[in-house]
Design a protein around this ligand. Sequence first.
Ligand SMILES: C[S@@+](CC[C@H](N)C(=O)[O-])C[C@H]1O[C@@H](n2cnc3c(N)ncnc32)[C@H](O)[C@@H]1O
Length: 342
Amino acid sequence: MEKCLKTRKKKAETAKQKLFSLSYMDFSRKTVSSGDFIYFPIKDFDKSKISKLGTISSKKLPKKIRKPRTISEILSKKLSKTELTELKTSFDIFGDIILVEIPENLIKKEKLIGNSFLKLYPNIRAVFKKTGKVSGIERVRPAKRIAGTGTSEVNYKESGCIFKFDISKVFFTPRLSTEREKIFAKVKPGEIVLDMFAGVGPFSVIIAKKQPLVEKVYAIDINNTAISYLRENARINKVSDKVEAFVGDSKTTISKKFKGIADRVIMNLPKTSLNFLPTALNALKPKGGVLHYYTFKATKQEVKAEVSARLKSKKHRILSIRNVKPYAPREYCFCADIKIYK
Ligand SMILES: C[S@@+](CC[C@H](N)C(=O)[O-])C[C@H]1O[C@@H](n2cnc3c(N)ncnc32)[C@H](O)[C@@H]1O
C-alpha cells in the first residue's frame, strides 16, 4: 500500500498543482481514479500543508514503468559493459528508415540492435547499417537492412519539401538541412541558380519552392539515378517548371550549355570542388555573381588561403566562411560564400 492524497475530482487540478509545487508527488507510482475520487501518490510530505486538499490515505497504486529513451538504455541489460561503450549512439533518420553504424565487434548483435531501434521508434519501418564509406565519384554509401521490412527507398521531408531517394544508390545527408536553409534564404527574385553537384535535388528543389520568383535552377549530377530522383522530386514538390536537370559531368555540361548564365553557383562537392572553380567562374554571368564553395578543411584560415590563392587573378570578396558540419577528426565541411566581380 502506498501513501496517497485522496481528493474529490473537482478539487483534483488544484491538489495536483499544490503537490507539484511542494515536490510531494511520488513519480514512481501512477495516479489512480476511482468513483468520485483521485488518488495522488505522495512522498516526503508535511500533512498540515495538504490536509485541506483531501485526506491522506493508503492505497495500492501501480508502479510507473518508465520506457527507455535511448538506444543505450534499451540495450543496457542485453549488451556487456564493453559492448555498450562500443555502441554508436548517433544515427540518421531518413523518413521511416534509420541508418546506423555497427562497429566490427558488435556485428553478431546487429539484429538485436536493429530491433531495439524499432522498439524505441515505433514510426520507423526499417533499420539499415552502413556497409562502407561514402566513396567514388558519385559519393554513395552502401547499406544493408538489419531489421524491419522493405527497401532502402525513402520519402524524407525537409523545409516543407518531400524527397524520394534510395539511401544506398545516391548521396544524401540530413545533416546539411540547416545549411540548405541558409542558402535558399540568400537567393533573390529573378536569379538563375546553377547547382553543379545536385544529387537528388535538396538545394535545387528547396530554392525553387522557397523562392518562387527565382528565374531558373539548373541542376547537374553525374549520377543518373540521382537525376531521375531529382526530376521526380521536382514533380512531387510542384517545381518542375523552375528546375531543369541534366545528367553528366559538370565541367563538360557547363562548357557546352551554361557559360555565362548564372547569378549563383552551388558547388557542393567538398572533396574535389577546388578542381571545379574555373568551371564555376565560367558559369557566372559576365557581370559576376556568387559562389557557394564547399571544402573539407581544419580551419577557416585554411579555407581562406585556398580560395585566395586560387582566385588571385579574379576580382573577388569572401563574404563569409561557415563551419557546416564535422567531417573527420579535426576536419570540417566549410562553405565559403564568394562574391565574384566583373
Ligand atoms: C556531396 S554530393 C552532394 C549532393 C547534393 N548537393 C546534396 O546536398 O545532397 C556530391 C554529388 O556530386 C556528384 N558529382 C560528383 N562528381 C561530379 C561531376 N564531375 N559532375 C557532376 N556531378 C558530380 C555526385 O554524384 C554527388 O551526387
